[in-house]
Design a protein around this ligand. Structure first.
Ligand code: FMN
Length: 340
């Protein structure tokens, strides 16, 4: 299911938070990872007691900073961050109120990209201009538009650049990365690579590949089991209609994967349907029953071996056909802009 019903108000008994995304130019591009670690240390000291959760991204000489929390604490934080001389020219590119999307106090992502700072800046300006004209997008959409815009030439002229299929893949071992590498080779498309880190040691990679599938742009994203629990990753799960789970047929390992999926989906506004890939019907039956008891939707076809990338993708493709055209992710503006 896609985040098409903005802006996801807090439910009864849930705390309402403000969500804010800012982009800023990094002052000194040497040792950026060290700077991010220092910012992480300060954030882990200050943010959790105030109910503030945040994500920091670095790409092409820019920081993108997504923070959520109670309004007054968030505004005070923003004021402090704005005075930080590690960055400049900070601009707000998303502001909304509602349910919390960031489930962990801190996560960060570093992405090596060939884009120049000026090219990245053009994307920031475009989003900011649309915001000023009364159009803004889901926080995840803003992050994607800035850090991972759809690059396929065939998708460039479509009316909504964010309306593409997003399919996550996670396996008990390396199956997800093998599938994405196989798809890249099949489709003649390059892989994109990202590195994530969490509060302390949640360091994990993620690869994705893009190609046209049955007339629609499609992105397939490999994540590690470990990466499923990363705060930034969890925030993106509601945007994925399908999460492929590649299982081994060994109950202990498959159950451990399902435990991670359950934990990752906990408290999200909506969860992807799980497309189970398993070598036997017993595994499907057990996982379908586990998913039911966790309130998750489990789909599956005939048994498939975990290394049979062709058969796995065939299964996923059939499900995508059933889902139809990918939905848009535009949010209407519901509030005045922050003065920034
Ligand atoms: C892009 C960016 C985001 C930041 N995010 C936070 C944050 O979420 N929480 C925080 O306490 N400090 C954050 N900082 C660091 C603050 O600007 C400031 O240096 C820090 O809070 C000072 O903490 P200290 O007084 O304990 O040293 C951020 C800095 C930058 C450049």
């Amino acid at each position: 299911m896609l985040l098409s019903v903005p802006p996801f108000a807090a439910g009864p008994g849930e705390q309402e938070v403000e969500r804010l995304i800012c982009a800023s130019v990094v002052s000194d591009n040497t040792s950026v990872y060290d700077q991010m670690e220092q910012i992480r240390d300060a954030s882990m000291r200050h943010n959790p007691p105030l109910g503030l959760h945040a994500v920091l991204l670095y790409q092409s000489g820019w920081f993108v900073y997504w923070a959520e929390g109670p309004g007054s604490a968030l505004r005070a934080l923003l004021e402090r961050v704005r005075r930080d001389d590690r960055h400049e020219a900070q601009r707000v590119v998303h502001h909304s109120r509602g349910k919390r999307f960031l489930s962990t106090p801190w996560s960060m992502m570093m992405s090596r990209s060939h884009d120049t700072p000026a090219e990245f800046g053009l994307r920031v300006t475009a989003i900011r201009q649309m915001m000023e004209q009364g159009r803004q997008f889901a926080p995840t959409s803003v992050i994607r538009r800035l850090s991972a815009p759809m690059r396929l030439p065939a998708a460039r002229h479509l009316p909504d650049p964010e309306a593409f299929h997003r399919v996550g893949v996670c396996g008990v071992a390396n199956e997800a990365f093998d599938l994405v590498a196989w798809l890249g080779a099949q489709q003649g498309q390059p892989l994109a690579h990202r590195r994530f880190a969490g509060e302390v040691d949640l360091d994990s990679g993620s690869d994705y590949v893009e190609f046209m599938q049955d007339g629609h742009p499609c992105r397939v994203i490999a994540i590690s089991r470990h990466g499923l629990l990363h705060g930034l990753r969890r925030a993106f799960l509601p945007d994925w209609p399908l999460l492929l789970l590649v299982m081994s047929g060994q109950p202990k390992r498959d159950d451990a994967l399902m435990d991670r999926v359950r934990d990752a989906c906990q408290g999200l506004p909506c969860c992807p349907a799980l497309l189970g890939i398993a070598p036997d019907t017993e595994t499907h039956a057990r996982m379908a029953s586990r998913s039911r008891s966790e309130g998750l939707h489990y789909l599956h076809g005939a048994p498939i071996a975990s290394h049979d990338c062709g058969a796995i993708w065939h299964e996923a493709r059939e499900q995508l056909k059933r889902l139809g055209a990918p939905a848009s992710s535009i949010w209407p503006m519901t509030e005045p802009l922050l003065a920034a």
